[in-house]
Design a protein around this ligand. Structure first.
Ligand SMILES: [Zn+2]
Length: 82
């Protein structure tokens, strides 16, 4: 039974690592997704795959823009902080 436990642990660890890496690339909370991946395994990796990049409202025109964008694609306002 130790083998199964080991496999489960490895799957959870790998899921956590993949989830945090994916979250990072989508400008989402990597730590939160690491925890989700460690607890829920591959399920959360699949959920994250279907989620787009995090979107935030532009401070100038209020349109939703990619959280990683440094300049708003609509009004060209520079986004402070990132
Ligand atoms: Zn804007």
């Amino acid at each position: 039974m130790d083998t199964i436990l080991g496999i489960v642990l490895i799957v959870l660890l790998v899921s956590g690592a993949i989830a945090s890496g994916l979250a990072e690339s989508k400008h989402r909370n990597a730590l939160a997704w690491l925890a989700l991946g460690l607890l829920g395994g591959p399920f959360w990796v699949v959920v994250l795959l279907f989620l787009g990049p995090a979107r935030v409202a532009c401070s100038a025109c209020r349109k939703k823009v990619d959280a990683g964008a440094s300049i708003c694609p609509y009004c060209r306002t520079e986004r402070a902080g990132g």
